[in-house]
Design a protein around this ligand. Structure first.
Ligand code: MG
Ligand code: MG
Length: 249
């Protein structure tokens, strides 16, 4: 069942989203060669706590940190580590969740570390633009399959791999709610969107094939062919004539 949020709830979700956006703003300034992913985790955790929120991911299903830091061939769920030092040419996707008065915000962004290749730049641009291609069809009355299809249609011409095992999702009192939102699909299928639905849209795109595997730590998800991967995500609310991004300042 897809929950419809009241305006009171949306205001709280918006504050959670604002805190997540604030974390990304702060993070941006610190992503450079020589920084460990653990330092980034500490930085984000402080911003969340300083804003009277709690990290949504810490302890979620046993996840040990406040951010997912997914470097290069890591698709999602990378665990921050003091041993993992960013270097020139890396790309890193940082996923952040904050819970404010019981409501979550969820947003991921991919960043370049120093100077990256044109190929990696394209991968990141296509993934980000695919997120907005999906968002831009959202309004009351469209099918969820229309959104999934718009994301897929944007990525396909580039020949990149669209990850199938992980999806976007509803957001609210729970970090993950119905519906699952695939990054590929058929127009005119699935549930019809209604005003007040809060959704996290999050394409995960590989430079190579779509196939992924999970490392023995049970979290870190990598591309099978070791190609790089990008991830962009916003939490939004469906409106009558469009959508409103919640994970923004
Ligand atoms: Mg996320
Ligand atoms: Mg998410």
């Amino acid at each position: 069942m897809i929950n419809i949020k009241s305006e009171r709830e949306i205001a709280l979700l918006k504050e959670a989203g604002r805190i997540v956006a604030l974390c990304h703003e702060e993070l941006k300034k610190h992503i450079k060669p020589g920084v460990s992913t653990w330092e980034l985790n500490e930085l984000v955790e402080k911003v969340i706590l300083d804003n009277n929120a709690t990290p949504s991911f810490k302890g979620y299903g046993g996840f040990p940190a406040s951010i997912c830091a997914s470097v290069n061939e890591v698709v999602i769920h990378g665990i921050p580590s003091k041993k993992q030092i960013l270097k020139d040419g890396d790309i890193i996707a940082v996923d952040i969740g904050a819970c404010y008065k019981g409501y979550h915000g969820d947003s991921a962004w991919s960043y370049h570390v120093g100077k990256i290749s044109d190929k990696d730049k394209l991968l990141m641009e296509v993934t980000r633009d695919a997120l907005f291609a999906g968002l831009n069809v959202i309004k009351e009355g469209v099918y969820l399959g229309d959104v999934s299809h718009a994301i897929e249609a944007h990525i396909k011409p580039y020949g990149f791999g669209i990850v199938e095992e992980f999806t976007g999702h509803g957001v609210g009192r729970n970090l993950h709610e119905d519906p699952a939102i695939f990054n590929f699909g058929t127009p005119g299928t699935g549930p019809i969107l209604k005003e007040g639905m809060v959704l996290a849209i999050e394409p995960m795109v590989n430079a190579g094939t779509k196939n992924v595997r999970i490392l023995p730590d049970r979290w870190t998800t990598v591309t099978k062919d070791k190609s790089k991967s990008a991830h962009f995500e916003h939490t939004i609310v469906v409106r009558k004539d469009g959508y409103e991004i919640l994970t923004t300042l």
